[in-house]
Ligand binder design. Structure first.
Ligand code: ACO
Length: 405
């Protein structure tokens, strides 16, 4: 076996691989994807079984500690998380500095980074106990922060967490309850939201996870590394695709609905256009994203529960998917729906506003980021991430005095 890193260091060679199309940046035992088969496993368990038989906090335990919890471990884990659902009251004043119309992901990038200013016992990334309590705090506080960001933008009072509710039930309460009236958590929406969280919990070395690893590799604190992940996730080619997909469906709907799909597909296929079918395509999946299948099922359940079976955007999405999957452009490039194609429709039916979709994704992905950070720092081969470059700039030259330039 050749240690390629030593060989390259001795010879001065390195690989040039923009976009990391064929370069593994780490070893990992957390998530496995078979992109050709459309398979996704967390710690060896198929996503379909986890989404059907487990809840999000069990999935968090699995990702963080490697095993699903037994009953006693679950009780203990849930109690540790619920113990940390409140955020320091000072965070409200920080939040108040934002414009009311700020994008929730702009707010979340700031709020998550600001946690490092409050919880000093969880900022040493090289200390496993600090990382563990940081992970618990983040799992517990992200829903509180997302709900606070939402309440702030609509001018309603923040609702404090309720630890007697489930993880997703508490999130629904903080989002939609008001102090003036009783709010009852709908169990169908609660389960659907929990499933969204499970499906988004980890996805191996995607752009935001790689960002968290790279950021954490400098020895920064865990909250700062996770804030970097939130910032990366925001982009429309990554987590922002759920928002972009729903906006795209809205635009097609406005311009004639199902009748307009042909015209839209023509624009996507035009070599000179930058229009993409948002919620379609994936760097690793060259088959149907298994999360998209589960999300489509959840979408049907939620729409049925809300009496929205005839939801025009869902019908439009189904028709668009059918046309795209029969079109040679998409078939030849192996472009299939990804998780974001249907997740926006589910979130909208639950009542979550479109600009908040990516923040919900960040809330769910946070555990994957922390699990990956733990794995990286626990790896004896871990070094600061420092990509090389292929320099294509000027040869050395002399600085001329101003008058001669
Ligand atoms: N619509 C139209 N054409 C597409 C799409 C799309 N959604 N995705 C890829 N293509 C085309 C590309 O134009 C390219 O065509 P070409 O060979 O004629 O140049 C070909 O398919 C290969 O695409 P790449 O961009 O090289 O694939 P890459 O792996 O770099 O990109 C990505 C993957 C970013 C996800 C891309 O498919 C995309 O932008 N999709 C839309 C955004 C999206 O849904 N992102 C969410 C991803 S899942 C997630 O983050 C949770």
């Amino acid at each position: 076996v050749v240690d390629i890193r030593k060989l390259y260091a001795q010879t001065g060679m390195f690989t040039y691989d923009p976009g990391f199309l064929s370069t593994a940046a780490c070893q990992s035992a957390i998530t496995y994807i078979d992109g050709d088969k459309g398979e996704l496993l967390y710690r060896g368990y198929p996503i379909e079984q986890l989404a059907t038989n487990c809840d999000y906090l069990e999935t968090c335990h699995l990702l963080l500690y490697g095993e699903l919890p037994d009953a006693a471990q679950k009780k203990d884990f849930v109690s540790r998380v619920t113990n940390h659902t409140m955020v320091n009251e000072q965070m409200q004043f920080f939040l108040r500095g934002f414009r009311r119309d700020a994008h929730p992901m702009a707010i979340m990038t700031g709020l998550v980074g600001a946690l490092s200013a409050f919880y000093h016992d969880s900022t040493d990334i090289n200390n496993p106990a600090h990382r563990d309590i940081a992970a618990i705090r983040l799992i517990a506080k992200m829903p509180t922060l997302v709900a606070m960001a939402y309440k702030y933008t609509i001018g309603q009072p923040y609702m404090y967490p309720r630890n007697d509710l489930s993880y997703s039930g508490n999130f629904l309460h903080m989002m939609f309850a008001t102090p003036c009236e009783e709010y009852k958590v709908n169990p169908v929406l609660e389960r659907a939201l929990d499933r969204i969280f499970i499906l988004h919990a980890d996805h191996e070395q995607n752009a935001s996870t790689s960002t968290v690893r790279l950021c954490g590799s400098s020895g920064t604190n865990p909250f700062a590394a996770i804030a970097a992940g939130v910032a990366c996730l925001w982009g429309p080619a990554h987590g922002g695709a759920n928002e972009a997909a729903l906006n795209m469906l809205g635009d097609i709907q406005k311009n004639g609905g199902i009748e307009n799909i042909g015209e839209f597909i023509k624009q996507v296929k035009d070599k000179n256009s930058t229009v993409k079918l948002m919620g379609f395509g994936h760097r690793v999946y060259k088959n149907y994203d298994p999360r998209a299948k589960l999300m489509q099922e959840t979408c049907k359940e939620v729409l049925h529960e809300m009496g929205l079976e005839n939801d025009p955007l869902f019908k439009l999405a189904m028709a668009l998917e059918k046309i795209a999957l029969e079109d040679d452009y998409f078939v030849s490039r192996k472009l299939y729906p990804n998780v974001d194609f249907y997740s926006g429709i589910v979130q909208r039916a639950i009542g979550i506003p479109v600009p908040l979709f990516t923040a919900v994704f960040a809330l769910a992905r946070n555990v994957g980021w922390m699990a990956q950070l733990n794995e990286m720092i626990g790896d004896p081969e871990y070094k600061i991430g420092r990509p090389r470059q292929l320099f294509v700039g000027s040869v050395p030259r002399e600085v001329k005095p101003m008058a001669e330039r």
